[in-house]
Design a protein around this ligand. Sequence first.
Ligand code: UT7
Length: 321
Amino acid sequence: MITPGGPARGTKIVAMGHYQPAKVLTNEDLTRIVDTTDEWITSRVGIKERRVAENETVADMATAAAGKALANAGLTPYDIDQVIVATCSSIDRCPNVACRVANNLGITAPAAFDLNTGCSGFEYALATADHAIRAGAARRALVIGAEKLTDVTDYTDRTSCILFGDAAGAAVVEAVADDEEPGVGPVLWGSDPSKGSVLTIEGRRGYIKQDGPTVFRWTQTELPKLIAETCRRAGVEPSELGGFVAHQANLRIIEPLAKKLGATNAVVARDIVESGNTSAASVPLALSKLIERGELTSGVPVLLFGFGGGLTYAGQVVRCP
Ligand code: UT7
């Protein structure tokens, strides 16, 4: 039972939802735009296709994902008092995306704000909601990652345009009951701002520019330590994880990482194959799909970990709703 307005001993994810636009952009399609091949993209990154929003905005996709999360939770807009949208690609900045989502769904008077930490945005937003609810500053939150990266993709740059897609994923987060264990573990969050120049979106309608090999090398040295520490803070051994949902940047990062850490019993999210890199949407999108397909058992510990522009990183172990 929730204590309205009072502090809570912890939070949990009640339900997830996701949305992807209908238009598919395959590797074959990209060979007609830039000098690339299906073989190169598949072997170097693992992507086969990604989705492209045509007339839909970041707010439209965020609204659709959040609406599904609410329906999956069996809740209504009246049950929500906080909306956080993680995004780095929204062209529309005022009103912020969170207010647009709240208005679209008919959520009245929520605390509503956007948060931009690039590809780690969902995990930062989840931690922020968790902290707000535990402090008694919110009761039940919609935490959303939504991106229209194709708006900020340079389709003359073959090193980046093959990577990105559009999507949204959302979670409903609420206080646990007094006799329930918290379902959102302690966050590990941080950044290495000295490396900010290796992944940028700058200027009016600027494009994503990435020094891929440098970011890749950073993931190899840093991620194993950071994820091991995230598990340690949650009191969970990597071998006890039921799910491993890392930011979907490259299968050559994700799969060896899960193996190196010893996450041998975890279902490893590989949504990048069908969705590409969707930045802040990638983790909630992948998690929502694993749940929808029945690939994760309710209650199992699942690692969420995001990393990207900043360079920023954040993660936590959650109990699967
Ligand atoms: O989401 C935020 C966090 N981001 C990441 O974690 C991304 C980390 N980085 C990566 O995943 C990889 O660096 C990429 C997937 C971005 C690139 O893969 P890579 O194996 O590091 O390729 P590269 O940039 O070192 O390029 C290797 C070769 C180059 O040719 P030469 O110089 O060896 O002749 C590139 O010009 O591949 C060439 N190349 C391509 N060839 C065909 C680069 N892009 C393409 C392409 N098609 N699309």
